[in-house]
Write a protein that binds this ligand. Structure first.
Ligand SMILES: Nc1ncnc2c1ncn2[C@@H]1O[C@H](COP(=O)(O)OP(=O)(O)OP(=O)(O)O)[C@@H](O)[C@H]1O
Ligand SMILES: [Mg+2]
Length: 285
């Protein structure tokens, strides 16, 4: 069985993307935090859907890509947005030359193929999507396709994975308890210093000393609570900083571009974050 990663925009504009990240034997690199790979495997084996929550850039997408490859299932990813409807997920009749042709949406395709379907930022999707997700997410594992009259039974290999970032949530957009309680849940956060250093060495090609310095910086920034930051320095931003340094940019400039300016537009906050950068990385290149 081959592994494919699809990133699917709403119907009609689906794009295929190649697997991202460094791979070993076709499996994208993922440094585990604490037992999440085992949890994912048990959910897959028990046909349980999984909800992954965590801040931006903490590794949710990479984790799902890694697990899909390990379990040798195709992965179909849908980035949810506030216009995404049940029909976008299930499919629709498209008008061809004088006739209409049914076209499966990503959810239907995932059920037919026994794929892992990953709905990213699911709280953004329109409420009518729960109508199709509910019978699929509980023990019935059914997908009713109202417009064609089909009722698909999900094969054992099909798995539904959803994610959201609790930091962005507002009350109106929270998941209903009846949706939430259909999913096992996994909370990811930024990794421990040792794991994060390993990620920077692997993903950002950082030397051990650079990785240690950047992780130290992240720890200091994550301790700041009195600044108006929506989110703090993510592993993603640290990887970007490491790459800039590896490519030859001085460390201070890399931190400014990949961390400070990436985190905020507010002049005062920029000054404060810059202070932290200076205290930790000094003026070294
Ligand atoms: N545990 C990890 N193992 C390997 N790489 C990681 C890990 N965590 C983060 N990364 C690195 O950080 C980048 C961002 O991770 P990812 O895209 O998975 O974040 P995310 O949680 O899906 O963020 P968002 O909520 O913004 O979609 C990855 O491309 C990878 O380089
Ligand atoms: Mg993601």
């Amino acid at each position: 069985m081959t592994h494919t990663a699809h990133t699917v925009a709403p119907q009609g504009s689906g794009t295929l993307t190649a697997l991202r990240g460094s791979t070993a034997g076709g499996v994208p690199f993922y440094a585990a935090q604490a037992g999440e790979c085992e949890l994912f495997t048990h959910c897959f084996e028990q046909h349980l859907p999984l909800l992954i929550k965590g801040p931006t850039g903490c590794g949710k997408t990479r984790f799902v890509e890694h697990m899909a490859a390990r379990l040798q299932r195709p992965l179909i990813t849908v980035s949810c947005h506030d216009d995404l409807s049940a029909a976008d997920l299930v499919g629709r009749h498209l008008i061809g030359q004088g006739n209409t042709v049914w076209t499966d949406g990503p959810l239907t395709r995932a059920v037919r193929e026994g794929a892992i379907l990953y709905l990213d930022e699911v709280v953004e999707a329109r409420k009518d999507t729960t109508v199709v997700l509910h019978p699929l997410a509980d023990d019935r594992r059914l997908l009713p396709i109202e417009r064609t009259g089909e009722l698909l039974k999900a094969p054992p290999e099909f798995m539904l994975v959803i994610s959201y970032n609790p930091g962005y949530q507002n009350l109106l957009k929270g998941l209903k308890p009846s949706t939430r309680q259909r999913f096992t849940a996994l909370s990811l956060n930024y990794p421990s210093p040792a794991v994060e250093r390993a990620i920077l060495e692997r993903e950002g090609h950082a030397s051990p000393a650079l990785a240690a310095r950047l992780v130290q910086l992240a720890q200091a920034l994550r301790r700041l609570t009195d600044h108006d930051l929506e989110e703090t320095a993510s592993t993603r931003l640290l990887v970007m900083a490491a790459r800039l340094v590896t490519s030859g940019l001085p460390l201070r400039d890399a931190c400014r571009a990949a961390v400070v300016d990436a985190l905020t537009d507010d002049a005062e906050t920029i000054l404060a974050l810059d202070e932290v950068v200076r205290a930790i990385v000094g003026d070294e290149d």
